[in-house]
Design a protein around this ligand. Sequence first.
Ligand SMILES: [Zn+2]
Length: 294
Amino acid sequence: MAINLSELCASGTVLTDGAMGTELDARGQPAGQAHELWNVENPEAVGQVHAAYAQAGSRVVLTNTLQGNPISLAGHGLAKRTAELNKAAVNIAGEAVGPDVLVFGSVGPSGKLLLSGDVSEDDLLRAFAQQIRALGEAGAAAIVLETFADPDEAAAALRAAKDNCDVPVVVSFSFAAGADNDRTIMGADARRIVDQLGPLGPAAFGANCGVGPDLAVGLAQRYRKVWAGPLWIKPNAGVPKLIEGQTVFSAGPSEFAQQIPPIIEAGADFIGGCCGSTPEHIRAVAEMLSKKNN
Ligand SMILES: [Zn+2]
């Protein structure tokens, strides 16, 4: 039975999960390898990350399929394995978290630019359809289009989702440009995004990656001026810094959790973390939320 995102968040903030990619890197996945390959070659590691988030308090986890569309996978010689890698991801997550945690299918951008003609709208529709069909057939409870920058590409993914599965679709952009990071690198702000994509019927809008929790407050406020439905926010664990050749995110678990309440006050319904966030970050947010509700 299809879930309803408005009902899901009606009784309070829903805690989602933290990063997957940086967690797999930390578990030794070779740099440059497609994270999705571990859905078949090291499913134990992927399952461990999901289980750690569920134990930390996540009520929703996202599949390890951010770059699981056939255009991105082609860069690793894996395009033909699109259905296999995406279905495996849903199964791993479902087994790792059990029946009380929802598994949402993660879908990121193709990595190619419509604007420069690297890819056509038809190419995108076909590619996203292939990935989303696999996620839906394997039982993803919702689809999360995340880390998008180009509203036209997100529109193609949203159309593909609407045509190829009947679960709710979250559309989340990465804001990493403009004053206070109020725009995507393609120049779109929340108003333009909601104006263009709202008529296509998403269940939720949101922001992920791009900024830390401090700047996510403004993003939630800007969405709330133009969107009354469920709002999905997953900031990075602060700002990435290069320390001795390693990327380190600046916000530790307690600092991250302390910055979450203003995002919720600004209207976020679903909250979690993106790059650099760990199960410890999510546990700290869970503890903050339980104090807030008591
Ligand atoms: Zn991220």
